[in-house]
Design a protein around this ligand. Structure first.
Ligand SMILES: Cc1cc2nc3c(=O)[nH]c(=O)nc-3n(C[C@H](O)[C@H](O)[C@H](O)COP(=O)(O)OP(=O)(O)OC[C@H]3O[C@@H](n4cnc5c(N)ncnc54)[C@H](O)[C@@H]3O)c2cc1C
Length: 391
């Protein structure tokens, strides 16, 4: 039998990953009662996130700019290299932030540092309840949702935000159907020190097995995300640090000179997930609870932060945080942006994985157009950074 529960709070956020923490900071700013449930984990596995311009501005508004600047490197240039061996192989395409009057496309930061910075800020907000236990049961009631779990007394919330990642329990409780798929790829992640300066340039090599991307970090350091077929990924991951660094240096055509691995490395199977709707019955999904795709074009977490911004907007002026208007507005607001980006990343990834001539030809023509047509290149750059919140 559960204990008697006090009055419902306005918002309970399940999941204290980067997106859940950002949601807690953003949604607790307007005097609503907010609780964030779940343990904060900051494991280091060589993973970084490129926070694109819109996310950077959003996190700056939350007062995080100084802390983030210390730990991140600007991305002033992004370079795409066709390394697919295709018949229609094109010369590298370079995008410079200065072409669209920006200092940088975004800033690259270790996942663990970002989460730690968000968690520290969340801990300093009076009135934001941080509950480190896992949520075990989510039960809709009239006018609220009941949450119970490890180490906390059950609570009622008018709105439950599912920031609980790919296997979201909130999504299941809301009865939201998800489509889940796998790619024949595994991502290897690592952080390197290297001899040559990166010149604030990130380079994405498009290979037959997927992209291999190297992204600047502060100093002579960069992070790697390398998508490989599972068997090859296993073989490369089994190399010791020195042999792994040599293999990566070769793959990057010695772009950054000799390299040394810094800290633990990661290995993540690639998949995708999309949902039929983004909110239902007093529950709203944000981050990987609502969308998952491979790390191409630095979109995943950026999209998650835009979910948070859209939910914040949908809540503006609402007397009931989980009322029908908020749920419908949020669902509507996220449809186009999320579907467009999930589709675009999926298509690009699949054209790399196939060696069908039409796909190669299309990709080759696309790259050629990007490198030679300035206005198109600037349009694509703006779309890559677009907030997707034009509603
Ligand atoms: C190799 C790689 C590189 C990437 N690079 C980029 C990039 O450059 N730019 C970008 O924008 N994105 C990038 N992404 C995507 C980005 O990392 C993810 O979108 C983001 O980390 C997802 O955050 P999240 O908070 O939604 O989910 P998660 O980080 O999965 O967090 C979910 C949290 O919920 C908690 N949880 C789950 N169930 C419960 C429960 N029952 N009760 C309480 N808590 C619970 C978990 O413990 C976890 O802390 C990359 C991804 C990969 C794999």
């Amino acid at each position: 039998m559960s204990a008697t529960i006090a009055e419902p709070i306005d918002i309970a956020i399940v999941g204290a990953g980067a997106v859940g923490l950002a949601a807690a900071l953003a949604l607790s700013r307007e005097g609503r009662s907010v609780a964030l449930l779940g343990p904060v984990a900051t494991p280091r596995d060589g993973r970084t996130v490129a926070l694109l311009d819109g996310s950077w501005r959003f996190l700056t508004e939350l007062g995080l700019q100084d802390a983030l600047l210390e730990k991140s490197a600007p991305l002033a240039t992004m370079r795409l290299v066709d390394d697919s061996g295709s018949l229609f192989r094109q010369p590298p395409v370079e995008f410079r932030a200065s072409e669209i009057e920006l200092e940088a496309f975004g800033w690259n930061v270790e996942n663990a540092d970002l989460t730690a910075i968000l968690a520290e800020k969340a801990g300093a907000i009076p009135g934001l309840r941080l509950i480190p236990g896992l949520v075990r049961a989510i039960e809709p009631e009239t006018g609220a949702v009941r949450l119970s779990g490890d180490g906390f007394a059950p609570l009622l919330a008018r709105l439950v935000v599912g920031a609980d990642g790919r296997n979201s329990q909130v999504r299941a409780a809301a009865g939201i159907h998800a489509k889940d798929w796998r790619y024949p790829q595994v991502a290897l992640t690592a952080i390197f020190e290297h001899r040559r300066a990166h010149r604030e340039t990130s380079t994405e090599f498009h290979t037959r097995q997927g992209p291999c991307t190297i992204v600047p970090l502060p100093g002579r350091r960069s992070s790697l995300v390398w998508l490989l077929e599972p068997e090859e990924a296993e073989a490369v991951a089994a190399l010791d640090d020195a042999a792994f660094a040599l293999r990566v240096e070769r793959q990057l055509q010695s772009l950054l000179g000799s390299m040394t691995v810094q800290g633990p490395r990661g290995k993540i199977p690639m998949g995708g997930l999309s949902v039929e709707r983004f909110a239902a019955g007093r529950m709203a999904l944000v981050g990987e609870a609502a969308h998952v795709f491979p790390p191409i074009g630095a979109q995943g977490l950026n999209l998650g932060l835009r979910d948070v911004a859209a939910l914040h907007d949908a809540l503006a002026g609402a007397s009931d945080a989980g009322g029908e208007g908020v749920i419908a507005d949020y669902d509507q607001a996220r449809r186009t942006d999320v579907r467009l980006r999930t589709g675009a990343v999926d298509v690009l990834n699949r054209t790399l994985l196939t060696d069908l001539l039409p796909a190669d030809l299309l990709r080759g023509a696309g790259l050629l157009a990007l490198s030679s047509i300035g206005p198109l290149r600037r349009f694509v750059m703006r779309q890559g950074l677009a907030s997707g919140t034009e509603r």
